[in-house]
Design a protein around this ligand. Sequence first.
Ligand SMILES: [Zn+2]
Length: 499
Amino acid sequence: MLIRQVLPLDAAVPSDLRIDDGVIVEVGASLPRRAGEEVLDADGALAIPGLWDQHVHTGQLAQAHARLDTTGAGSVGVLLERVRAELAARRETGAAGAALIGFGHRLVDFAIPPTVPALDEVTGSVPTVLIGGDAHHAWLNSAALHALGLPPRDGIVAEEDWFALAPRLPELPGVAESVATGAAMLQRQALQRGVVGLVDMEWGRPWESWPHRSPRMRIRTAVYPEELAAAPGPTDTALDPSGLVTMGPLKVIVDGALGSHSAYTREAYTDGHGYAGHGVLSVGPEALRDALAEARRRGLTAAVHAIGDAAAQVALAAIAEVGIAARIEHAQMLTDDDIDAMASLGVVASVQPAHLLDDRDATEAIWPGHGTQAFRLRDLREAGVELALGSDAPVAPLDPWLAMAAAVHRSADERPAWHPSQQLQPREALAASIDGVGRLAVGGRADLVLLEGADELFADVPVGTDGLMDEAAAREAAARLRAVDPLATVAAGRLESQR
Ligand SMILES: [Zn+2]
């Protein structure tokens, strides 16, 4: 494939780019077209390396299009009303046979706890699973519990129990069909946003599902400790004939999430509604060390989920002891010591900046005075920690432009940036979104995104004498990033999306 007249970021003049077998093989002022070669005329458009989403749950995302959106349901009553309306609509359209899966509610919003009998009353015999927006718990009715072979219970299913259950949802009627359609849709939408690769943190055995999903982008599939023995090989092992699907890291979740009071912190916190404690350490230091040691023996890297600062501390101690190449997923709350440890151990910070938009108020409410510890992107970067941005989709949209915008401006509304000292420049946010690829060059992966009218997009936001970015300029820079609509996306040497 020959791409004519692209303007690589930092280049003064456009050039032609030749791609062969998924690799950039030639860059020149005016390359002659070879017989039969596909030509894409970029017409001077800006070319950046292909974007990555370093943290996605593709099974859940694939199911998302068939799900009832329960975000913003501020009480159990409102949530049940949505479920009732959805079931009524399904009865009218004749789609009543399938299980009902919902996603998005937050436990912190509920004054009374969700119970199985309350859900049964609304849903009757339709298997129903309402997944929390943080993906750390679900509210199942009796029909769903029964269909999945679980004993009757009164409350929600959370943390480890839920993680074990989530990959089994396709056993419920109608769910597997919606996953297949959803996998094609999520790839198409991601490619349209310029995404050429993602790290799949799905539970179960994503390395078995992806080769059957017609992969069109690079996919690294994670493995959780319970499936470690089934992992098909070391990290980077090719898992399909195209080589697009490769083995990713061992993923271990050592704490929960902020909104479920399960983020594990050094200092106790309270939500003002009766919760007080340090959160939950779901995998202890010894179990974590054993899992990491086994992963290292198998040639796997590690991705350790740690949201609270105490979880990060446990994770970093185990990583240091085992000596495994690792990343911290989320790294949402860190002390200076944690950042120093990450820098000296070479641990990557895999952060999802869009979470800071949602968690801004919850963080200030639950961890008053600790907002300076949250999403320390600038501090991480300045300490020399490699940043790898992602979305955690479907918790946040699979949209690297939204992630970059959140990293640059740190505000989702009219309020000024939240802890602006941690803002990244647009170029720094981009550098954290391209899987370590520095620039488009001969010998490099033929993964690229063409953008038009992008002159200002990656310009530095002016910084004042206080060392902080100009608020209005940062807001505008973020708005420009969010508004990007790529012209074309080339993934592994193939034109996979074109506007
Ligand atoms: Zn996740």
